[in-house]
Write a protein that binds this ligand. Structure first.
Ligand code: ZN
Length: 247
């Protein structure tokens, strides 16, 4: 049976703006890029989250990972009432301990694993985007298919991959069993997003390459001028969205 994290959450008042300011910015950029949000035709759940390591506790409690609250991806704008602080993830008993005005996502376990094994990077991103489904064209570190998010098996996958030298140089891991899910990290907002932008550029290049193949174009009988976004290109030339899956 697949085991998911148990959450032990203590409700508090909203976090002050000064605490959430930087993470709020990273989150807003993700939301604008469509990497955090709600697309029920594609993913059954609200998807994507970002976190920041905080050295000092708030409300007299322990410091830890500040993470966007569960379900907040649907909102256009968020504020200090939409975050959780996660001081501990107990891997043996599979418990996420947190406090804040909002509860954390079960993906907080993966964030904590990256934080621990990669030397406490300041920011960790976990976005989703359809074109990243092209990961098989590239050789990024990838968790095995069939392993879902928020499970012990996913944590074991990160245990296996993060010590590899490539993790350090790429700062990006593809979640093979968690549709279009990716994890990246860095010490500044810019550094944390760089691997995502680089990977996105590679995917776009690959899509254009596939679209330029006359055989594929004729096969599909598609007027390229009707296609507006990279997502249109993806759907037209590479494949339609699959059945909705859990975020
Ligand atoms: Zn996810």
């Amino acid at each position: 049976m697949v085991q998911k994290y148990e959450k032990r959450h203590t409700q508090t008042e909203p976090f002050p703006y000064s605490l959430v300011e930087e993470l709020l910015y990273l989150r807003d950029v993700h939301h604008k890029m469509g990497w955090i949000g709600y697309k029920p035709f594609r993913y059954t759940e609200i998807f994507g989250n970002v976190s920041q390591w905080i050295d000092e506790g708030v409300f007299g409690k322990k410091p830890g990972l500040l993470i966007t609250g569960t379900g907040t991806g649907v909102k256009e704008r968020i504020w200090g009432g939409d975050f959780a602080m996660v001081p501990d993830v107990d891997e043996d008993n599979f418990v996420i301990t947190s406090y804040g005005p909002s509860g954390p996502s079960a993906e907080a376990g993966t964030h904590m694993k990256v934080s621990e094994l990669m030397g406490r990077p300041k920011f960790i991103c976990h976005p989703h985007a359809i074109m990243w489904r092209l990961h098989k064209f590239f050789s990024y570190l990838t968790t095995v298919e069939g392993v879902d998010y928020g499970t012990k098996e996913m944590v074991q996958e990160f245990d296996r991959l993060l010590p590899l030298h490539q993790a350090k140089s790429d700062r990006l891991v593809i979640m093979g069993g968690h549709l279009d899910g990716i994890v990246s990290w860095g010490d500044t907002v810019e550094d944390a997003m760089k691997p995502l932008l680089k990977y996105e550029a590679l995917c776009k290049q690959k899509i254009v390459e596939i679209c330029s193949d006359p055989k594929r174009r004729n096969d599909r009988l598609i007027e390229v001028s009707d296609l507006v976004t990279m997502e249109d290109l993806y759907n037209a030339f590479i494949g339609q969205d699959t059945e909705p899956v859990r975020n």
